[in-house]
Design a protein around this ligand. Structure first.
Ligand code: ADP
Ligand code: ADP
Length: 233
């Protein structure tokens, strides 16, 4: 059974007299362990699809089954619960708490999961070590480089052992060298069996993924295995 089963979903926005069909009809299956790049021009529906995949939003038509759970018609509270358990998010702008240390930023998702402070700190320490930041646990975001900040964000995304990592332009604010480092980290995470869905505008970045999905005008225009996978290591 695929990890993600999306069956003919639509998402429309009604604003006054106008209806915008952000997603017209999207059908997509993604298996556990896949590394997918989602591409397409601005306005093609990538953010709308990522919001639905990440259980931040539900489709106005069709079905989304995540890990065997039909999340299409869930309430916001139910959706939040699935989201906390199943999804790790990585953003272009890192979205770290500016006044908190790396350790506290990474440990935050564990507060909702009900672990003790000692256990949370141990787990966060280990997660930071796994992304190469064992010596930066007490630093705050403004004491870290962009690449280090994104590593903290990746550690935070992984801390709950989610089913899917959703990364929205994770290299969008990084220089080329640092982008390649972050893609190396993504590859490592993927090699441990994690499922990654990555939105990017950059063809070079998308080449690290094993499958490429291209959207246009609220539809999937193309979906194919990447024959020319670029690897950092
Ligand atoms: P990008 O995909 O380039 O990062 P966005 O997803 O932020 O850009 O926005 C793409 C388009 O969607 C823009 O034309 C923007 O005006 C529109 N848009 C995004 N969010 C909203 C919203 N909440 N209400 C109306 N239009 C929106
Ligand atoms: P992308 O991420 O590929 O740029 P989006 O999913 O942001 O595309 O947008 C797809 C379409 O839906 C666009 O026409 C955009 O203007 C519209 N849209 C996105 N979010 C909203 C929103 N919250 N309210 C109204 N329209 C939206």
């Amino acid at each position: 059974q695929p990890l993600i089963q999306i069956k003919d979903i639509g998402r429309k926005y009604v604003i006054g007299a106008e209806t915008i069909h952000a997603l017209k009809s999207v059908t997509l299956e993604i298996n556990k362990g896949e590394f997918v790049a989602l591409m397409g021009p601005s306005g093609s529906g990538k953010s709308t699809l990522m919001n639905i995949l990440g259980c931040l939003d539900t489709p106005t038509r069709g079905e989304y089954i995540l890990n065997g759970i039909n999340v299409s018609d869930m309430s916001d509270d139910e959706l939040a619960e699935v989201r906390n358990k199943e999804i790790g998010f990585v953003f272009q702008t890192f979205n770290l708490l500016p006044r908190s240390t790396s350790l506290d930023n990474v440990a935050l998702p564990l507060v909702y999961a009900g672990y003790s402070k000692k256990k949370r700190d141990e787990m966060a320490q280990q997660a930071l070590e796994s992304v190469g930041l064992g010596n930066r646990v007490d630093h705050k975001p403004n004491e870290l480089s962009g690449g280090q900040r994104q590593r903290v964000a990746v550690a935070r995304a992984l801390i709950n052992n989610p089913s899917i990592i959703l990364a929205d332009e994770p290299t969008g604010n990084l220089d080329t060298k640092t982008s390649i480092e972050i893609m190396g980290l993504m590859e490592e995470i993927h090699s441990h069996g994690n499922t990654i869905i990555l939105v990017t505008h950059e063809e070079d970045i998308a080449q690290h993924a094993h499958r490429i999905v291209r959207m246009r005008d609220g539809l999937i225009e193309d979906d194919y295995p990447n024959k020319d996978i670029k690897s950092v290591s």
